[in-house]
Design a protein around this ligand. Structure first.
Ligand code: 9MR
Length: 351
């Protein structure tokens, strides 16, 4: 009887609008950002480098909002490009990444106001007094922050200030200004960016509980106590296949920071492999990627994951670590690797 009624109603139902065609099955791989949002993250993003902007296939994936809901310029907003001469600002390379991201409806993480690397020659080739260098720092942050005023969900205000042993890195900032350069950078960033912009400290090798992550946590605690503005800690997560931190280790590191009342993000995830690659290494890489993304999904206040590019040919790895590579989710032919599918499946399991 039941099936008879159901069958006899079929012609009526199929005449209703929207019932003419069989409903398409949901896509198993609708894109990493689509899946990440369903799993509770704000975004799944990628870094984009200016050197590949003329590659149409690259760009169509990089600015596909279903795949990547957030974008970070890998290089375009660094000091040497933004202020190549003293007080001469050039936003071309940053804008080349940020503007298409805005158009595509992708969030932006902006990177980075202060680093020891990729500084212009005019800045590094002179001995400045403390007062001069503080003035240079404020002027740089003021101009760049005003240009991107409300265009960045987050800024990496200070990048990689610590050594692995938890001491501060000796560089032009520490050596000239002293350790208060970090809080000065955050104060300037708060003064000149939109009040909505999240201000992050960003570093590598802080994805486990160790001397460096403990030092960063101490910095956050001290900032909170003294009301120095800081909103987040970025865990870069540049990992090595087979020796990446475990899910539990990453979860514990995230907690170090979130328990102090700041958000976290995985900001530069990639997992590099000793070449030649193999099916076994790719499977291990897939596990290493997935552990990191899952730790963020499960962690309180871990807002999102950014991969430090998604396409092997633009990865920074081969140049820096000769003999290593294949660190990204897509290979040179834009073919998705096991890591892509394993991360997607894991994110999809939260649906
Ligand atoms: O991906 C960036 C690469 O193209 C540059 O040559 C390199 C210069 O050091 O910087 C790379 O990005 C770095 C990021 O800005 C900070 N964390 C480490 C990243 C990889 O080196």
């Amino acid at each position: 009887m039941k099936s008879f009624v159901a069958l006899s109603l079929l012609p009526l139902i199929s005449a209703l609008p929207g019932h003419g065609k069989p409903k398409p099955a949901p896509l198993k791989y609708p894109g990493l950002d689509v899946l990440a949002k369903k799993a509770g993250l704000l975004y799944f993003g990628t870094a984009i480098d200016n050197v590949v902007l003329d590659n149409k296939q690259y760009i169509s994936i990089a600015h596909n909002r279903s795949e990547f809901g957030q974008v970070t310029p890998s290089n375009g907003q660094k000091w040497m490009y933004i202020e190549p001469q003293r007080n001469v600002f050039n936003y071309t390379m940053g804008d080349e990444i940020v503007k298409p991201a805005i158009k595509a409806g992708q969030m932006r993480r902006c990177h980075t106001f202060l680093w020891h690397n990729q500084l212009p020659e005019w800045l590094t080739s002179q001995n400045w007094t403390k007062t001069e260098l503080v003035g240079i720092l404020e002027n740089h942050i003021k101009n760049e922050a005003r240009h991107y005023y409300d265009e960045c969900y987050a800024w990496d205000v200070v990048n990689e200030a610590y050594n692995d042993d938890g001491t501060l890195r000796s560089d032009i900032w520490l050596d000239t200004i002293g350790k208060e350069y970090i809080e000065l950078a955050f104060k300037f960033a708060r003064k000149y960016t939109s009040p909505r912009t999240r201000l992050y400290y960003n570093d590598y090798n802080i994805e486990t509980v160790n001397n460096k992550s403990t030092a960063v946590a101490a910095l956050v605690k001290d900032f909170k106590k003294r009301h120095i503005p800081i909103d987040g800690v970025g865990l870069q997560a540049h990992f090595v296949t087979g020796s990446a931190p475990s899910y539990d280790q990453i979860s514990a590191a995230l907690k170090l920071f979130t328990k102090l009342g700041v958000e976290t993000a995985i900001t530069e995830l990639d997992v590099r492999t000793q070449l030649p690659d193999s099916a076994e290494k790719m499977a291990q890489q897939a596990t290493d990627y997935t552990n990191a993304v899952k730790a963020c999904v499960d962690g309180d206040d871990c807002v999102g994951v950014t991969v430090w590019d998604f396409w092997d040919p633009v990865s920074w790895v081969p140049e820096t670590f000769p003999g290593q590579g294949n660190a990204d989710l897509l290979d040179a032919n834009f073919t998705r690797k096991p890591a892509y599918y394993k991360v997607s499946d894991m994110l999809g399991s939260y649906d």
